[in-house]
Design a protein around this ligand. Structure first.
Ligand SMILES: [Zn+2]
Length: 264
């Protein structure tokens, strides 16, 4: 077995919660802002005419389109009627605000001093909320005859540097190919302290392998992990282009963790 976690670590992009057809629409709408200025005036005029006094302030932060247009756009607010067009543009702006690299979403690193080691494998560290639930989950699984093993938790930038750049060089891969199975430093869910790779202690040959899905541990997780606030980050029916990782689970059981992975 490969000693390193070859886990693809493909972060969940927020747009994956948007239906595919709509995502394509958003993608196609990334046009220079100056080209759609007239649309705003048209929308604003329509809003005044239909005038139920119904308008919404839509705020814009600096967006990446400034690079495309070469302008020094610093953000603006526009009054426009609340329409599906407005909503679509707001979603588009939000998606552009989230930094991604080779398809991976950027994550802030957890403070290492706040992490808690997992009792059965102190190398695996998680944020306190996630660690507490993991302990409870593993204990309950054990009570039901299931031997869950925590393989990997928090990772530093240095850890991820090794997994991405060093392995890329060893395997003579291009960045694009490497990114299919690993995230660049700064772009892994493991940086958050909420993600954990789990295995079945009785079947080590399935660790970090898709075959893990055939183990009793995986079946138990599928049935019970949600009770402890854990979900699969990259399930089988995930959006196209993201690898299936039955071993990679993330904690979304409190406000901060939920916002970490779902906020747009
Ligand atoms: Zn993982």
């Amino acid at each position: 077995m490969d000693p390193v976690d070859l886990d693809p670590l493909v972060p969940s992009h927020p747009s994956e919660d948007i239906p595919v057809a709509r995502r394509e629409l958003l993608k196609n709408q990334r046009v220079p802002r100056r080209d759609r200025a007239w649309v705003w005036w048209l929308l604003a005029a329509a809003g005044l005419v239909s005038a139920g006094g119904f308008a919404a302030w839509v705020f814009f932060r600096p967006v990446s389109t400034a690079q495309e247009t070469g302008t020094q756009e610093t953000g603006a607010a526009a009054a426009a009627p609340l329409s599906s067009d407005t909503l679509t543009d707001t979603l588009s702006t939000s998606a552009e605000d989230i930094p991604t690299l080779l398809g991976h979403r950027q994550y802030a690193l957890a403070n290492p001093t706040e992490l808690v080691p997992f009792s059965k494998n102190v190398e695996v560290k998680l944020r306190p909320s996630a660690a507490q639930k993991l302990e409870a989950m593993v204990a309950q699984a054990q009570a039901e005859g299931i031997q869950l093993k925590a393989i990997s938790g928090f990772r530093s930038l240095e850890d991820q540097h090794y997994l991405f750049f060093d392995r890329q060089a060893e395997l003579a891969q291009t960045p694009t190919v490497r990114a299919e199975v690993s995230a660049p430093p700064g772009y892994s869910e493991h940086h958050t302290g909420y993600a954990v790779d789990l295995g079945d202690a009785t079947q080590p040959q399935t660790h970090l392998e898709v075959s893990f899905e055939q183990t009793p541990a995986f079946a138990w997780l599928q049935k019970n992990a949600a009770r402890y606030g854990f979900e699969l980050s990259f399930p089988k029916d995930h959006a196209e282009g993201l690898s299936y990782e039955p071993w990679h689970w993330r904690f979304i059981g409190d406000q901060q963790s939920l916002e970490t992975f779902y906020k747009e």
